[in-house]
Write a protein that binds this ligand. Sequence first.
Ligand code: NIG
Ligand code: FE
Length: 390
Amino acid sequence: MSSTVITNIATLVTNDPSLGGTSPLGPVRDAAVVIDGDRIAWTGESSKAPATDNRVDAGGRAVLPGFVDSHSHLVFAGDRTEEFNARMSGRPYSAGGIRTTVAATRAAGDAELEANLTRFLTEALRQGTTTFETKSGYGLTVEDEARALRVAAAHTEEVTYLGAHIVAPEYADDPAAYVALVTGEMLDACAPYARWIDVFCEKGAFDGDQARAILTAGKARGLHPRVHANQLSHGPGVQLAVELDAASADHCTHLTDADVDALAQGSTVATLLPGAEFSTRAAWPDARRLLDAGVTVALSTDCNPGSSFTSSVPFCVALAVRDMGMTPDEAVWSATAGGAAALRRTDIGRLVPGARADLVLLDAPSHVHLAYRPGVPLVAGVWRGGVRVV
Ligand code: NIG
Ligand code: FE
């Protein structure tokens, strides 16, 4: 098994709380990290680093855990440039545009979906994402949902069945029949490819009772829930997520005190997706309020062709710091350890002995530059499972 030491790291973000200090990032200055095979073997001060086969000089730059993008929608065809243009001329976002992508996705061949997904993954990897979750939700037939999940499952373990994105157009007059399909034949076809089940719980998509029925049916098939909750308006999604012990309630843009309390008392992570507010010109979710209440917060891209067409976690970190009341340390924690928590993973999102060797080398002396230098491509190197891929 080959081993590599990265030395001369100005700031090493470990997310190891046992290192103490005031930051959740457990930063180590003048640090080194040793990779053995696909795992982290050692972290500490550069001067104490053990000898290894290979040596990489970080040149006084920062190293942090690879980003964990715990919310994306990457299996689709077409784009929605026109819709975005119209929105930037003042038209509001409604999730109705999902139908445009459903039509394009159904019409696409497998090779086109595969090529699109690969393109977005390559894009994300160059920006430091080493783990990503992705969803179906642009097929909305038994065959098209199963196909999307099959394509996704070839690239990640974190696959989410979102047959309940909107009611399929064919069922517009009979949503109950669509819910029966999503919890019946479609679930049977999709469950073998997925780890998670998700519902868009929102006016115009699925209400609280429908969402509960769908998530409960998924749970009975061994899928664990996550919820698109309280994105466009206040609704029952967040409280339902906590009630069903969902791993994550995603968006969390419109919250009451009771929602914040429920999140603080449960083990559901609040995943904030500032790319969506950016690209729909909506009010920002209040990260500060959640953090001050003790809620675990994750930050992810929501990359999709409608509401948030960015694959860049660094961009989301910058938005969260500028507009959502997060400190740079909090935002970086949320985009790494927070994303891991939203996927209920302990092997990623931190650089501690035994964790997966997923690391990002920045062209900057500290992780703070991710927010301080917005829009600048700072990712200079990426290791995934101990292998340098960028
Ligand atoms: O997370 N909210 C629902 N789904 C996506 C948007 C999908 C789309 O507009 O195509 C989201 O923002
Ligand atoms: Fe989403």
